[in-house]
Each structure stands twice: as structure tokens, then as C-alpha cells.
Design a protein around this ligand. Structure first.
Ligand code: SF4
Length: 364
């Protein structure tokens, strides 16, 4: 039986590493001393932590298989590890046998998905990040108050689909600054903007600026929709990028906040920036002539994957790891309500343990 402790996933997950991969990066000379700038905060956020633990606890309590709608979080290593533990990932509820347990991912779902699961007799466990739920509530409230919603986000992203599903007749998607000129709205005086939680802060503010130029009476959301984890990781990589020749971002291609970190690094001084799922993807030629390498990771990335990158970089002569800390995080969310009692009916007092403290003090 697993325990819920700080850094749990990072502690237990083996990285599928081929021994021969070690030492494949060569220690070639560069003009200045080699070093790594390690961004903090990086890696797991409170919402990801909660969602991954929700699947683990569901497996623990209900046994395998537990079905998960979409990737629980956008990270290939997390998903493949949970698959090995007995989770089955599906695209939609109609693939799940009646009576099964299904977990809704951290990105959230529309009310239509919740209804479809209930109609099918599924036992749903909602691992939607509470900060995504907050945006859902805003969408419901503003539509009820007769506002139209301009939702800044990426078409096709699961979070955007879920949020739009809470006010489908009132929401227009705005993919970014380029969409603003062509927008048509019902009533420019009853208009509010909301956003996906994992966008670039700078690009979103530019989109809002353009929206306000067109619609001066545009209302703001009651609080930031771009979440603390996304913002904190962007602030940290900005600081790192100012001094880095190369930035390596650990995370998956479909992770919005991960991809934004690559963009932010390039916009803030890095000569080059690459995303990798695993350390084995780092190419020798990326390192040629690079003295300072920045390292960070997206909000769905277990720390063990970052450690592997640091180990490989050390093989290439980048053993000097300097931490760049711009914030400390200690947010935690309680487990989904469906899991707060264990199978024996005992209240589960185990919280999530402030795992977002897995900042740089776990690094070298
Ligand atoms: Fe929640 Fe932000 Fe993490 Fe997404 S990135 S799961 S919104 S805390």
C-alpha cells in the first residue's frame, strides 16, 4: 500500500533508462566555466499532485482497473507509470464498462461529460484541479448574469473544452492576439474575459490589451485565471534565461505550461531552448559552445526526471548546479471528495503534504 508523502511519485517511479545511455554526452571544452542554473519553482504543482494521487488511491481502494478520462496530467512518464499500476486511459466515458470507476483528469470536464458518466452508471472521481474548477464557476456565474465570455486559450485543449462546456452558448474562444481583430460580440458592454490556467502571462496580457482596445468596457475576471504554478514557473525561467545560453525544459509536448516555458525562455534571453521528456533526448550538439545551461520542468513533471537531466549534464561537465529561486510554494489541495474516506469508511486525514515544497532543496 502506497503512502502519500512529500515527493512520493518522484521517489518511487523508475525512469526507463538504458544503462548505455549514461556517459553518452561528452565533456567538451567551452570558453567559460560550465554551470547549470536550476529554476525554482519547477515541476509538480498542487493540482497535478492531487490528480496523480487520486488515481493511485482509486487503484488502491477499488483495485485495477480504474479508468481515467484523458491523460490524468499531460506527462508521458506519469501516464505510462500509472498504466503499469492498472489505470486504463480512455478518450471518453462511452469506452468504460458500466459500473466502473472513472477519474476525471486535472484539466476538468464539461457538465455534459459528468452527465454521460452518470447515465452510464459510472462511479466518477473528479480530479479536476480546484483552480480549473474556479474558472468553471466564473464561467457559470458570468453567463447566468447575462455576460458573454471571451475565453483566452488554445483550441482543442481539454481544459478549454471543459470550461467552454460550462457556458457553451455564451463563450467564444480567443486563441491569442491574432484572433482579436475578427471577433464579433453580441453586446460589447456585457463582456468578460477568462483564460486557460496554463498560458503565457505576457502573451495573455497582450491579448487582453488588444481586447480592451476593441471593447473598452470589457470586464476582468475576479482573480487571475492563469494559476500560481504557471506564473511562478515562468517568473523563475525568465530569471534563469537572462543568464543562460541554453535552456532545457523537462515536460511533454502536450503540456501547455511546459511548452510555454520554452517560449518564455527564448523571449527572455536564452540563445536556445529545448523541451525533453527524458534526459536521453538531450543531443550533444545542443551543448556545443554552451557554458550556462538553464534547467526547469513543467507542472506535471516528477522531480526524478529533472534529476536524470542533471546527472547527464554532469557527465558532460556541467556538475556545478546553482539554484535560482524566485518563489517558494506550499499550496496543497485536499483529495477529491470521493476519496476522502477510505474503503473502511474511515476519514482519510492524509493531506497532500505540501508536496509542492519539492523545490530546489531536493536538487544538488
Ligand atoms: Fe492546477 Fe495550475 Fe497545476 Fe493546472 S498547472 S493542475 S491549474 S495548479
Amino acid at each position: 500500500m502506497s503512502t502519500i508523502t512529500n515527493g512520493k511519485l518522484a521517489d518511487i517511479l523508475p525512469v526507463p533508462r538504458i544503462p548505455a545511455v549514461r556517459d553518452r554526452l561528452k565533456d567538451t571544452p567551452v570558453a567559460a566555466p560550465k554551470r547549470v542554473l536550476l529554476a525554482a519553482p519547477r515541476g509538480y504543482c498542487a493540482g497535478v499532485d492531487r490528480a496523480v494521487i487520486a488515481v493511485e488511491k482509486a487503484l488502491e481502494h477499488f483495485g485495477s482497473p480504474v479508468y481515467v478520462r484523458k491523460q490524468i496530467v499531460h506527462n508521458v512518464h506519469v501516464v505510462s507509470t500509472l498504466e503499469k499500476q492498472g489505470a486504463i486511459f480512455v478518450d471518453d466515458v462511452d469506452e468504460v464498462p458500466t459500473g466502473s470507476h472513472i477519474v476525471f483528469s486535472a484539466h476538468g470536464v464539461s457538465p455534459a461529460v459528468v452527465s454521460a458518466a452518470a447515465d452510464r452508471g459510472l462511479e466518477a472521481i473528479d480530479a479536476t484541479c480546484p483552480l480549473v474548477t474556479k474558472v468553471h464557476r466564473e464561467a457559470v456565474r458570468f453567463s447566468r448574469d447575462d455576460f458573454d465570455i471571451l475565453l483566452i486559450g488554445h483550441a482543442g485543449h481539454e481544459e478549454v473544452e471543459g470550461t467552454m462546456g460550462h457556458a457553451p452558448d455564451r463563450t467564444t474562444l480567443v486563441n491569442g492576439p491574432a484572433d482579436v481583430a475578427a471577433l464579433e460580440v453580441r453586446d460589447p458592454d456585457n463582456l468578460v474575459w477568462l483564460s486557460q490556467t496554463t498560458l503565457s502571462v505576457d502573451e495573455t496580457m497582450e491579448t487582453v490589451r488588444l481586447l480592451r482596445e476593441r471593447f473598452p468596457n470589457l470586464h476582468n475576471p475576479p482573480s487571475d485565471d492563469i494559476c500560481y504554478a504557471t506564473q511562478n514557473r515562468q517568473v523563475a525561467i525568465k530569471k534563469v534565461a537572462e543568464e543562460a545560453d541554453l535552456v532545457i525544459v523537462v515536460g511533454s509536448a502536450n503540456s501547455s505550461n511546459t511548452v510555454r516555458l520554452v517560449d518564455v525562455a527564448l523571449e527572455n534571453g536564452a540563445k536556445a531552448a529545448y523541451r525533453v521528456d527524458y534526459a536521453s533526448e538531450i543531443q550533444q550538439e545542443w551543448l556545443e559552445g554552451m557554458a550556462t545551461i538553464g534547467v526547469t520542468s513543467g507542472a506535471s513533471v516528477p522531480e526524478v526526471l529533472v534529476q536524470e537531466v542533471l546527472d547527464d549534464l554532469a557527465d558532460a561537465g556541467y556538475a556545478d548546479v546553482q539554484r535560482v529561486v524566485t518563489a517558494e510554494e506550499d499550496l496543497m489541495f485536499s483529495l477529491p471528495k470521493e476519496l476522502r474516506k477510505d474503503v473502511n469508511g474511515e476519514a482519510d486525514s492524509r493531506g497532500l503534504g505540501g508536496r509542492t515544497r519539492q523545490l530546489d532543496w531536493q536538487a544538488k
